[in-house]
Design a protein around this ligand. Structure first.
Ligand code: 4AD
Ligand code: MG
Length: 478
């Protein structure tokens, strides 16, 4: 058996006196040809390995360079040095993989996030990214646990589909037709009947429509998978490939939907606070350091940990779209013409408006409901006023929109009328409409953008730093 190693996170909790302890990891630093800081990704706290002077060959010691991979066997002893209670006194050191210090791009110093994005394949070996990705993992686990505990069924919805769930036309096409000379129909259009699937297909923008099919049999379901949007948004909040969690619940109205979304967000944040405090403390300090370089008025009002505590311990604000517009119209920012984009009833709020509401006005997450129907998707339930739909977006400080959801239009006639108005084909969505034909029920659901949630919990500011290998316009490396 090759691997009887103990992970460093676990080892650091143990008492001195054990022999034949085996650890494996990557060298962070090597001081005075004696002290190796070894990291195995289980924690940001390095294990101090002591290679006593005279005990190891010079040839071996020369190969202990930053990021070389080592297997170390030794005795766990009380540490004399400061910074750790135990250290490993090495009896054997084996180099599993060399790392040429002349060529290794990550030096033990501070690198910019921009530089690290260019070497995303190595950035996991920094404390910042190790913490981010451990938190990302914890959030994913907490999400499955939350829904499982509530009796939701995890649905795997298709990645390749023929429908545009959001009707926004931001899709990546999937095809095996030749680009240079695709087959054409008599009227000159591309003949997708000859394509792989016999029709035009794309990568999914949302699993919601399929999720609704399952919810009208199982009651409560959720999806958690990759989604794709070909929107040309080069911002710190948009990715072309992102992960989304979409619960869909039969017998839920808009208020049930809001209640679920709020307790869901709080629950998964709490899970990370209970299980990843070391990483959160690290990220809290990182943010503080980073913001020292900003002018005072650009710094966050709260530290990361204080922000998270505030969010889990307080109710989200709930307002209607109409109230939100009125707050904006009465705001000092509006009166002083600080907004770049127009404010009036009917607009699709821009991120400057959303951020004003959450960061300046309410200073906490806000759920905005009942948006104008013309700026929302066809499937949202129409309100009696004839102008608005039972939509809800959750806006988070520092992020803007983090959740989008709604009660769904369960009334067949109203839904098909809306589809006609919006030029959405009833023939293509025959299977979706069947749920409204056979045992239709009030139902609701929402989508949480996973990376925006990871941004919120880690205090990072660019979405490309919370997904391993970001896909964005002109960006598809690794
Ligand atoms: O508001 P959206 O477009 O809603 C839907 O897709 C619905 N089908 C959800 C549902 O009701 N089941 O997207 C939901 C969330 C947004 O609030 C945002 O957090 C995230 O997905 N999101 C993105 N995240 C990163 N990059 C992008 N380009 C995103 N577009 C949306
Ligand atoms: Mg939205």
């Amino acid at each position: 058996m090759f691997n009887k190693r103990i992970k460093i996170k676990e080892l650091l909790l143990q008492l001195p006196g054990q022999h034949d302890v085996v650890v494996m990891g990557w060298v962070r630093t090597f001081r005075n040809t004696q002290f190796i800081a070894l990291n195995d990704g289980s924690t940001n706290t390095n294990l101090q390995v002591v290679a006593e002077l005279g005990r190891f060959d010079d040839d071996l010691l020369k190969r202990i360079t930053t990021s070389a991979a080592l297997k170390v066997t030794g005795e766990l002893v009380a540490s004399q040095g400061k910074g750790q209670t135990v250290e490993l006194k090495a009896s054997q050191i084996e180099i599993l993989g060399d790392s040429d210090p002349e060529k290794y791009p990550l030096q033990p110093k501070k690198h910019s996030l921009e530089f690290l994005r260019e070497i995303a394949h190595l950035r996991f070996r920094t404390n910042t990214f190790a913490s981010i990705f451990r938190v990302r993992h914890a959030l994913a686990f907490a999400i499955h646990r939350f829904f499982h505990d509530k009796g939701f069924l995890y649905m795997h919805t298709p990645i390749i589909t023929a429908s545009d769930a959001e009707g926004a036309g931001e899709m990546f096409r999937v095809t095996t037709l030749p680009f240079d000379q695709p087959p054409r129909t008599e009227d000159g259009a591309i003949d997708f009947s000859q394509d792989f699937f016999g029709k035009s297909t794309n990568l999914t923008v949302s699993g919601q429509l399929e999720g609704e099919l399952a919810a009208t049999a199982f009651g409560d379901i959720y999806t958690f998978g990759p989604t794709f949007r070909a929107e040309n948004s080069n911002t710190t909040r948009h990715l072309a490939e992102f992960w989304m969690i979409e619960p869909e619940m039969a017998f839920h109205d808009l208020e049930d939907n809001m209640n679920l979304a709020e307790s869901f967000m709080k629950s998964i944040i709490r899970f990370v606070m209970d299980n990843n405090m070391e990483d959160l403390v690290f990220l809290d300090q990182r943010l503080l350091e980073e913001e020292k370089q900003l002018p005072a008025d650009k710094r966050s009002e709260f530290g990361l940990l204080d922000k998270l505590k505030m969010v889990v311990n307080n109710d989200f604000e709930r307002i209607t779209y109409t109230e939100a517009i009125n707050i904006l119209l009465e705001s000092p920012a509006y009166k002083k013409k600080k907004f770049q984009y127009e404010v009036k009833w009917g607009i699709d709020m821009q991120s400057e408006h959303e951020r004003y509401l959450v960061e300046k006005h309410f200073k906490k997450p806000v759920i905005v409901t009942n948006y104008p129907k013309d700026i929302k998707a066809f499937y949202m339930r129409q309100n009696d006023d004839g102008k608005t739909v039972a939509a809800m977006d959750i806006l988070a400080p520092g992020i803007g929109e983090i959740v989008g959801g709604s009660q769904r239009e369960e009334r067949f006639d109203l839904l098909t009328q809306r589809m006609r108005d919006m030029h959405i084909s009833e023939e293509e969505l025959w299977w979706y409409l069947d749920t409204r034909r056979f045992g239709t029920v009030p139902h609701a659901g929402f989508g949480l953008g996973f990376e925006r949630m990871v941004l919120f919990v880690t205090g990072m500011t660019n979405i490309r730093d919370v997904i391993a290998f970001p896909r964005a316009p002109k960006t598809a490396d690794f």
